[in-house]
Design a protein around this ligand. Structure first.
Ligand code: NAI
Length: 242
């Protein structure tokens, strides 16, 4: 289904990003794995893509919050793969705390990675999308970007910003055949939510359980192939934000 396509997935050495990279590889896409620090984990994801799905896969260390580093990384991916067709902005961090006591650096770090990081990657990949007259951008937002959440003002602001970015890019680039959508996951079982297993909010999930990274990866695969869908925010949240 995605044979001949090149997909870049940020934060793909573990968690939701890893699941998305493997899912897109299973559909035939070649994969560029962008990781922040764990090169062994990133290489394992590449090995898995190559050995299980027979696609090309390479890992790139990149801090997406840096405009210049993101630019150099996209240039390296272009040199290795020739082009990019699918960009998944998945890299994200939390620095939770009440706004009244939040350090400026914690607000900035979350905005710089979650929101500006996505802008950097889109900014540097769009030239290739325009040249190809096709492109698919998938931004991993969060239900807290839709609802807000006490103790997560920085994170919720970054994810709400990502939704605004998604819709603006979708409008800007639709005439050029480029689609941009967001996924808003709820509680998904990963390292990020390790400490959330007894979060009382979990009882409010209508489907009564946390989601799996594969649930989000299935949504990414859908958006990667849904040619008539753009500017959408797809909740994968067991119903918690309905
Ligand atoms: P995770 O913490 O396991 O994975 C995040 C990945 O992003 C890590 O591999 C990390 O190294 C990478 N990363 C962080 N900063 C980076 C940077 N500056 N440059 C490059 N890579 C960087 O978390 P998880 O749960 O897999 O999250 C993936 C995405 O899904 C994040 O954007 C997160 O906000 C979002 N999300 C997760 C939910 C959950 O319940 N797990 C719920 C809603 C959204």
């Amino acid at each position: 289904m995605l044979k001949g396509k090149v997909a870049v997935v940020t934060g793909a050495s573990r968690g939701i990003g890893e699941a998305i990279a493997l899912k897109l590889a299973s559909l035939g896409a070649d994969i560029a794995v962008i990781y922040a620090g764990n090169s062994l984990a990133a290489q394992n994801v590449c090995d898995h893509c190559r050995e299980d799905y027979g696609v090309k896969a390479s890992a790139y260390q990149c801090d997406v919050s840096s405009f210049e580093t993101a630019k150099q990384t996209v240039a390296a991916i272009k040199a290795d793969f020739g082009t990019v067709h699918i960009l998944v902005n998945n890299a994200g961090i939390t620095r939770d705390g009440l706004c009244a006591m939040m350090k400026e650096e914690d607000f900035d770090a979350v905005l710089d990675t979650n929101l500006k990081g996505a802008f950097h990657m889109i900014r540097h990949c769009t030239g290739m999308f325009l040249k190809n007259r096709e492109g698919c951008i998938i931004n991993i937002a969060s239900v807290v970007g839709l609802t807000g959440n006490a103790g997560q003002s920085n994170y919720a602001a970054s994810k709400a910003g990502l939704i605004g970015l998604t819709k603006s890019i979708a409008k800007e680039l639709a005439p050029r055949g480029i689609r941009c959508n967001a996924i808003a996951p709820g509680f998904i079982k990963t390292d990020m939510t390790e400490s959330q297993a007894d979060n009382p909010l979990l009882a409010a999930v209508p489907l009564g359980r946390m989601g799996e990274p594969a649930d989000v990866a299935d949504a990414a695969a859908y958006l990667a192939t849904a040619g008539y869908v753009t500017g959408e925010v797809l909740r994968i949240d067991g119903g918690i934000a309905m």
